[in-house]
Design a protein. Sequence first.
Lengths: 213, 213
Amino acid sequence: MPNMKIPDVAIRRLPVYLRVLLELGEKDEEIISSAELARLTGFSSEQIRKDLAYFGAFGTRGVGYSVEILIQRIKRILNLHEVVEVALVGAGNLGTAFARYNLNAHQDVRITAIFDNDWGKMGKNIADVEILPMDNLSGVIKERGIKMAIIAVPAFAAQEVANTLVNVGIEAILNFSPTKLNTPGHVSVQNIDLSIELQSLAYYTSSDDKDLE
Amino acid sequence: MPNMKIPDVAIRRLPVYLRVLLELGEKDEEIISSAELARLTGFSSEQIRKDLAYFGAFGTRGVGYSVEILIQRIKRILNLHEVVEVALVGAGNLGTAFARYNLNAHQDVRITAIFDNDWGKMGKNIADVEILPMDNLSGVIKERGIKMAIIAVPAFAAQEVANTLVNVGIEAILNFSPTKLNTPGHVSVQNIDLSIELQSLAYYTSSDDKDLE
DNA sequence: AATTGTGAAACACTTCACAGCC
DNA sequence: GGCTGTGAAGTGTTTCACAATT
């Protein structure tokens, strides 16, 4: 089971398992079966077992999984066993909302540096983090060894920001701009394009036109 | 080629094609090949041809696709040939940012109703749309025949909101709350869970721990 | 008896490769 | 000659089904 290629889709399910497990931990649940996890997450029990097995066998046959051990393992796998610092580039509507949201949401991945090029915003704080000018970006990211960044700038500026981020050693980017970023293979990019989400959803609504083609 | 099952992943690529085509239209480009579309979108040319072919053959062999016709066809397919109204439930950080973003971003899918349960927000506007109390939700959505909704409320309230939306005839939901919604099969749900995006991205960063297990 | 871990089968999506058409 | 449209092959992911383990 080692040295097997782990699908990205499996990685994206791990945080869901983690959330449910943390809730169970709060309720002092000690053991959980894949069937019960399936009920709580909406994924199938086989899929859950397979996902977990990619990283080794840490359940007990006939019994189930230890909630506590599973939490620790998944945190390790996702590199969340210590606080992960993230830089946010772009303090517009989306960036600001995301920073505030992140403050409330959790502690394990934390926005600790915010950059913008609007001088009117300098010195202001979002979620207790000061907005810094873009000129400081390279210095701050290198100094603090930040590995992850969020791009929330307009489309026309996104590629240039990405290039800078790659140059200062960023390894993973969450990109909210509606652009395909060109990045070297060792950098992971996850795109969230809100327009695309809305537009593709419209497909699944019934058009109430009366005119057929 | 009719009556074939169209993969959801293909539907989600259509808005990307549409965006690029609209840009080409601005530049008065009249004909585009799948190879060129591939270059501009980052998808493969075969995939683009296959995606388009699901809906019928509207290219010309040896020539390419008419930009204008392709735009019209994709808009039709996605039900974007007339303005789509969307209801936003929850005017917190994320909801507000999304409404403002949507105002700037495009006109084809438009947030035209916003609901919240915070009385302090009533009467205020976001992006020229008045915030209404939750009590008005059913009435407004039915009256205007709105088919799509965005859920941007805290997790604990999300399922109840979803139930209400389903009851008043909503067919597609964009869910920002970190919850698996239980909805009947005819309702499409697209989840965007920002915590999950950040946490799964952390997997792809190099941990700089010195201690192995 | 219950539940994990896992090959094998099934399914879904992408890429290949080329016939068909302009 | 060039580019689309599409069966066939290939690849990736999920589900099945059951042996292994407690």
